[in-house]
Write a protein that binds this ligand. Sequence first.
Ligand SMILES: Cc1cc2nc3c(=O)[nH]c(=O)nc-3n(C[C@H](O)[C@H](O)[C@H](O)COP(=O)(O)O)c2cc1C
Length: 438
Amino acid sequence: MISKTGSYPHLTPSPSRPYHFPRPAFRRAHPIPRSAPMRLDPVSLPDLEARARDYMPHNVWDFVAGACQDGVTLRRNREMLEAICLRPRFLRDVSKRDISTTVLGHKISFPVMLAPAGGHTFVHPDGELASAKAAGAAGTIMGLSTSSTYSIEEVAAVATAPLFFQLYHCGEGLSKMLVRRAEEAGYKAIMLTVDTPLPSSKEVDIRNQWERPTGGHMGNFRGHDANKYLPPGTEISDFWERPPTIPFTFDQIPWLKSLTSLPLVIKGIRTGEDAAQCVAHGADAILCSNHGGRQVDGTLSSIETLPEIVDAVDGKAEVYFDSGIRRGSDIFKALALGARAVFIGRPIFWGLAVDGEKGVRRALEILRKELDVCMGYCGYTSLDQLDPGALILPPEMSDDVPGYIQELRALASLRDDGILTQPEFDARKKQLLNSNGR
Ligand SMILES: Cc1cc2nc3c(=O)[nH]c(=O)nc-3n(C[C@H](O)[C@H](O)[C@H](O)COP(=O)(O)O)c2cc1C
């Protein structure tokens, strides 16, 4: 008699053994191979993060993951991104989508760039060289930190896509030297980080007695006579990251601009007032960022401050976003709220720790895929179609919806009620966005 399970009589159910469990004797005769555990590629950034944590010494992990004080801002960055909901729209042809864009005139294949961050070599010996190659392979831009292990010139030599140079103001002499070298090496913009007016040690690093590897942040000063620019009695090697913080104020922006023909991005802006002042003093782009919650605790999340900054900048400069981007839908949300592109910080370290250049490429490809799918599901085929109407904002952010978006929503209702035709709606939308600098 043929058993119910064909040629597998051991699986035949019987009243005393109703479930299809192989008998122990059969299991012994046919063991399930238990070779190496299956290592799938990480399928999401949280996956990559979990794997990176396994691979990193705990003090390096803490340095990368670390936040200022209680991590309130760090958590809020994620919580508020997650609190924004998408408004998926269907019955549109989304079979062809284009998620490329430009930043400061440079084409990038999708709107994600690598944020400047010191210490890539803490997690992989190829450090910034690997990250720059990964950015090039993904067709996007990397920001190189003042505190990188490899120098401006070493990274430029391997890069295949445009680079931005991130400047921590180190006093007039040193800043001038760094900006000139970046321009000569072919960098395409200077990103001035302004949200670290004082040193701010992370408590976890103090507890861990974390010692940065010697020179790990000093690639840009190696082989250059940096000491001549420093106060008497100090040497560049006295500082682990950069010389002590030297004030930089709005009225020095024109001085910085006068050193170079490169455009200036100002990184770390958290209010509309500061954004407007930066633009008035000559900034070409603003990066809305809270440094991933690393510098001052208890602020709003970065995504909450984005609408205010976009409003204040009023189309006079490009606005970018970072702090908390972990999903394609996060990128979508930032772009719908007015950012032109986003940066990622910690995910670079996760990618490097897991698989060097390939790991960073993996992180970028995951985000690219997720954003592309999110666009399709929300009914969009190109980034210039995005506006806050694609989102439902949590109560904490609803007051921030600019007036023109409210008008846009009213127009959409008129269109949905058949009072406006689609072409009339499109024309009014274009007019409204143009008159609001979008
Ligand atoms: C380990 C680490 C080092 C960083 N170093 C710098 C730096 O040297 N200069 C800078 O402007 N920002 C630095 N940042 C901040 C990033 O540029 C970026 O603003 C932040 O990581 C974005 O948040 P995310 O990590 O949630 O993506 C650093 C971030 C990390 C995680």
